[in-house]
Write a protein that binds this ligand. Structure first.
Ligand code: FAD
Ligand code: SF4
Length: 519
């Protein structure tokens, strides 16, 4: 055996660099389902099922292509349960001359595989991941010498370098780089109107087998598989992309930040898991969106807003991850050490916004960006939860959760635990933000305008408590100046009352059980 090509569960692209010189006559493919990937932090049932189902479909394609495949099934006898253990055992048997792989998406996995290869004395050739628009070296170059990093500047560089939404004269199409001023509206009172149906893919035989396996092996894990309908093949992912471009992209900008109870999908793309598993290439997603604008099928504000998420945010968070790891995962700028409330794993809280955001998360393995950032993320930050616990939750629950994308979004963007490396200020807000963007507060026992009192919204109480607790570092941030200045309007009695109520929220007195007579 010449090369053994390692393919991880989020590397399901037959055109990846690991396959560049693949010779079926002398090379083989290696894939392994290992329990460690679902247990080192908890992985929800939908997330595990998406990964395993997509892997098994990819494996079938490899066999059909006539490639020799060494595939360890999760419940196969002798499965060692870890990548390192499984690979070490197979290296003994197969004795390849070399190991080849595309850059993995997680520091821990990269280390484990490198150590295993070194221990076996077999060279490991780790190749650049062409899936992304930028390489890690390019991002490092962009970051060099900058005290702070900002997505917007990186995004503009990317637009220019890749000629996306640019005029022939090197200017942004329409004259602006960013059309967010036209995006991000709340829905009118009567609701979002007719939301187009999302692409759904009822489980085939392979996926049904995986679902049964996950229900058996990970019975205690959170989440449900009852409505599982995610794309798990490239053909399905392409179909989902087409449907998004035709039906949702035109409404994407307006609805980007809005929330509505019982409407988890709205005008979002639901393509993150397909891209992260590498079933879809971001270049084809971005090209399809740009083409929809150029052929006047979608407005510029929506298309620019969508492309910015992929060409900007997605590439930016990956750059942060790989240039900041391994230390990044330990960062805790505001020394937050509270435990994550247990109800994050059940949705069992009277707070209407959190109950809905967590409910859809557990049912579908999905919640859209604003639910993640401004509901579940915001609450954890204001409460003062240990960022590592928040990280473990986000890595567990979403079908698109891969560490390179999840960690900077969680620790940096949503918790501000990197102290401002990734974002210029914490996304701190009261319940009034949620009230503006959704009708949740109308069915909630709490009042978003109140910071103290029996029915004060926990977000609002905790927001003021957060400002009080972190006044000194926040005052140094000029983008927080106005918010911190407002603290001056509170008298001592009010500060004492806010702190007392925040303490009882932290003890679970308010949010774990039915809190008031309004129930
Ligand atoms: P859309 O809203 O339709 O956006 C289109 C695409 O843009 C997405 O598919 C995604 O690929 C990309 N994108 C948008 N925002 C981001 C972002 N901030 N970072 C990276 N890519 C982005 N995304 C993940 O892919 N994996 C994660 O593990 C993940 N964890 C997150 C954790 C937190 C706390 C937060 C606030 C965000 C996280 N995101 C993560 C980013 C974002 O919320 C999801 O990519 C998005 O909600 C996926 O749904 P969609 O495909 O419908 O996205
Ligand atoms: Fe959420 Fe507060 Fe509004 Fe209730 S009142 S839905 S807890 S923001």
């Amino acid at each position: 055996l010449r090369n053994l090509v390692i393919v991880l569960g989020d590397q399901l692209d037959p055109d990846a660099s690991a396959f560049d010189d693949f010779d079926p006559a002398q090379d083989a493919v290696w894939m392994a389902e290992v329990a460690e990937e679902s247990t080192h932090v908890w992985s929800s049932k939908p997330r595990t099922a998406v990964f395993l189902a997509a892997m098994r479909h990819f494996a079938e394609d490899q066999r059909d292509a006539g490639h020799t495949l060494h595939y360890a099934e999760l419940d196969a006898r002798g499965n060692s349960g870890t990548f390192a253990g499984q690979l070490a055992a197979d290296l003994e048997k197969l004795k390849p001359e070399a190991l080849v792989m595309t850059e993995p998406g997680e520091w821990r996995v990269r280390e484990a595989l490198q150590q295993t290869a070194d221990a076996a004395g077999i060279p490991l050739d780790i190749r650049i991941d062409r899936h992304f628009f930028s390489t890690i070296a390019e991002f490092a170059e962009h970051a060099e010498g900058r005290a702070t990093l900002r997505m917007e500047y990186f995004y503009r560089e990317m637009r220019k370098r890749h000629g996306i939404l640019m005029t022939g004269r090197g200017q942004p199409v329409g004259g602006e780089w960013n059309y967010d001023a036209d995006n991000r509206k709340a829905f009118p009172k009567q609701g979002p109107g007719l939301v187009p149906p999302r692409a759904t893919f009822p489980p085939d035989e392979i996926t049904r087998e995986v679902i049964a396996l996950v229900e058996t092996e990970f019975a205690e894990h959170p989440g449900s598989l009852d409505t599982f309908a995610w794309p798990v093949t490239r053909a399905q992912a392409l179909e989902a992309l087409d449907l998004f471009i035709d039906e949702r992209l035109p409404g994407f900008g307006d609805a980007q930040d809005a929330m509505w109870p019982g409407e988890p999908w709205l005008w979002h793309a639901h393509l993150s898991s397909s891209m992260n598993l590498k079933l879809l290439h971001p270049r084809e997603v971005v090209a399809a969106a740009e083409e929809a604008y150029r052929s006047q099928r979608a407005p510029l504000a929506a298309v620019e807003g969508f492309i910015r998420q992929i060409l900007g945010w997605r590439e930016y968070v990956r750059g942060i991850y790989w240039t900041q790891m391994p230390g990044y995962i330990q960062r805790n700028a505001f020394e937050a050490f509270e435990p994550l409330p247990d109800w994050y794993w059940t949705g069992d809280t009277p707070m209407a916004c959190l109950r809905d955001a967590i409910g859809t998360t557990l049912e579908n393995g999905y919640a859209h960006h604003i639910q993640r950032l401004m509901v579940t993320g915001l609450y954890a930050m204001l409460l003062g939860v240990d960022p590592r616990e928040v990280h473990a939750w986000y890595l567990a629950v979403y079908v698109d959760a891969v560490e390179w994308a999840e960690l900077p979004n969680t620790l940096g963007m949503s918790q501000y635990a990197d102290g401002g490396l990734m974002g210029s200020k914490p996304y701190a807000a009261t319940g009034k933000y949620i009230d503006r963007m959704s009708p949740y507060c109308k069915t909630c026992p709490f009042d978003p305008a109140k910071r103290i009192g029996e029915d004060a919204c926990p977000f609002t109480t905790l927001y003021w408590d957060y400002l009080i607790r972190h006044e000194a570092p926040l005052a140094e941030n000029h983008r927080m100046a106005l918010q911190v200045k407002n603290l001056g309007r509170l008298d001592d009695d009010e500060i004492t009352a806010i702190r007392a109520r925040a303490d009882s929220i932290r003890h679970g007195d308010v949010t774990d059980s039915r809190p008031s007579s309004r129930w």
